[in-house]
Design a protein around this ligand. Sequence first.
Ligand code: NAD
Length: 309
Amino acid sequence: MQYRTLGKTDLQVSVLSYGASPLGSVFRDVDESEGIRTVHTAVDLGINFIDVSPYYGLTKAEIVLGKALRTLPREKYYLATKVGRYGEDKFDFSAERVTRSVEESLQRLQVDYVDIIQCHDIEFDSLDKIVEEALPALRKLQEQGKARFIGITGLPLKIFRYVLERADADTILSYCHYSLNDTALEELIPFLQSKHMGIISASPLSMGLLTQRGAPDWHPAPAEVQAACARAADYCKEKGADISKLALQFAVAQPDIHTTLVGTASPQNIEKNVAWIDDPIDKTLLAEVRAILAPIHNQSWISGKPENN
Ligand code: NAD
């Protein structure tokens, strides 16, 4: 496993990191013991950064992750969770709620502090509220030792520039914008580097689009994006390859992205994912797959308030 310094934080994070949303049965029903074994396998294989949120499985992912972390030494992993999102349409970035939220997460996760606390999907609220209320509240929690660093997450890339031009944070988490079908995050990198931000990119498999199983029913990508990704997955299968392998190799090969969060609740998948990133990428297959995906490249979807897109 390789490690990179996460921007201005002093955290040395593994290039492939573990996203715990599947522990909340977000993609399929998950057996708790299998989920716990997946976390332990990830850490055994050198993954040292884990991301979760109270939103995933409406607290279930944090609870299952907490059970997994209980038997691991605290210095073995860096832990990130989030505040502000509590349901499909339930957001509250008030100082009072985010402060209480951190206490609740620490209890569920059974730890004394988290390494990063992030405002979750900020495009759903007023960005000025994030700047003026939520982030200052997180800085207070940082001063109290409940979190070591603070960050913001969301889908539309313009939210990061808006907030970071007005407030200070340590990390950003972008998702579905650095994978085989969408590399839009790359355009923002020079700006993020000028602010010395830790850059976390999530969903290298485009939340299931770049897998042989395909995307879950709730996947928000437009139909033509889903169809093109399914064609690309079938093409890889015909060639005796797995699109997930190509997708992971492609994602972690971008050196300016400090860490790439992949989600799974299967120990076998996490083993495969870690092994795959050490194999050389098949450049011919990569070119062929990118050609299949070219017509839908960087096509995303609206998330949150229209003005934040
Ligand atoms: P992902 O692209 O990592 O895809 C996850 C899906 O791929 C799951 O269905 C999983 O079972 C499957 N998968 C994983 N490894 C596989 C393999 N080897 N073979 C076949 N299928 C495999 O998407 P994700 O889980 O949404 O993203 C990763 C993490 O990033 C999340 O768990 C979460 O922690 C974080 N994230 C955060 C935000 C946010 O803050 N707004 C948004 C998206 C993701």
